[in-house]
Design a protein around this ligand. Structure first.
Ligand SMILES: [Zn+2]
Length: 353
């Protein structure tokens, strides 16, 4: 007896289920190629929970066809997958047989992970309490970023494991954990932005991709093998456009920022000397601005030179603060590009927060 299952989540996803006496076979599950090639060795980095699987009260057997390995499992747990639910609703006009075996064309290593996920769905990473977060000065590089929750490291799923989990969640339609996995993925953005951006694009997690884009270093600073993690030219191009706009906008803001704007806060004693120091630093910096340059922080370097004069010191502080304010308004994420192409904001790259 052969059934054709249609998965409600992935319309092109057909698989064949063959019932043969007490055996259920699923053949050609998910015939299209996996969108993501999971690198060998990733499994080594997973915790014990994901390298071994044991079910205490099994009532069904899952078998890996290529590796000829069986896994006693709980039918109720595997029904967390829409694919299995569809299969049971399709094949089960009879009662479940204790010897029932589901044969899957899936490697045993992947089944181990899949069954762990179905039996013990991953929880959310635990956030660091806000009072424990160390906020950096407004003029630091952190000012280039929007606020992101921080998580206790041990509660975040290791980054190399996440693509495999997302692949399995997609392949077996475990919708309930995709959202959880996207939060684990985003937790890695500040420290591993390029890979998070690439993975997020690959799995159509647009919000995570946008969030990660603000942490990216200039694209030219990455090696070709690193950049290869971005799966599409379009996604790569969006980052290039974003970073180019940022450089132009930051240059324009810096070149227009005077230490005594319109004579405001002017120190009559040191006007020439102070202005000269400010402009020398500004000229130096203008030729070196990159998409991730902390312009205000870089200009703040001259402030200690004015410690002997309150007026000049105050003027420098005000100018640096103003720079910080203006630079924080420059777009920083790829999702802000669309809004720009629709309106005047494209002209100066300023995004009104
Ligand atoms: Zn002065």
């Amino acid at each position: 007896m052969t059934f054709l299952l249609r998965c409600g989540y992935t319309p092109s996803f057909d698989c064949t289920c063959i019932s043969d006496g007490g055996l259920l076979h699923i053949v050609h599950l998910h015939p299209r190629k996996s969108r993501w090639r999971v690198q060998k060795g990733h499994l080594d980095q997973m915790s014990m929970v994901l390298t071994a699987f044991e079910c205490l009260e099994p009532d069904i057997i899952i078998s890996s066809i290529p590796d000829n390995q069986v896994f006693p499992a709980s039918r109720r747990a595997i029904e967390n997958s829409q694919v299995f639910r569809d299969m049971f609703s399709c094949c089960d006009s009879r009662t479940t047989c204790v010897n029932e075996i589901i044969r899957l064309d899936e490697r045993a290593s992947n089944l181990t992970v899949l069954l762990n996920v179905l039996h013990n769905p991953p929880g959310l990473p635990v956030q660091v309490h806000s009072h424990a977060i160390h906020y950096r000065d407004n003029n630091s590089a952190q000012s280039n970023h929007l606020f992101q929750p921080q998580y206790i490291p041990g509660t975040v799923i290791p980054l190399p494991v996440i693509p495999l989990l997302l692949t399995l969640a997609d392949k077996y339609c475990i919708e309930s954990i995709t959202e959880t996995l996207s939060i684990h993925l985003s937790a890695h953005a500040p420290t591993d932005s390029l890979r998070v951006y690439g993975y997020a694009v690959a799995f159509n997690l647009g919000t995570v991709a946008s969030m990660a884009s603000q942490y990216l270093d200039p694209m030219a600073s990455y090696g070709a093998s690193q950049v290869a993690v971005i799966p599409t030219v379009a996604a790569y191009h969006r980052v290039l456009v974003l970073q180019n706009i940022r450089v132009q906008a930051l240059r324009r803001i810096l070149s227009g920022e005077e230490i005594f704007p319109h004579g405001y806060g002017l120190c009559t004693s040191h006007q020439r000397q102070t202005t000269s120091l400010w402009e020398a630093r500004r000229t130096y910096l203008l030729g070196r601005i990159q998409s991730n340059t902390d312009v205000a922080g870089e200009m703040d370097i001259v402030r200690p030179l004015f410690t002997d004069c309150k007026t000049c010191h105050k003027a420098c502080s005000a100018a640096v603060d103003m720079l910080g304010y203006k630079c924080r308004r420059v777009i920083r994420r790829v999702d802000q590009l669309r809004e720009m192409t629709d309106g005047d904001l494209l002209v100066d790259g300023i995004y009104d927060l």
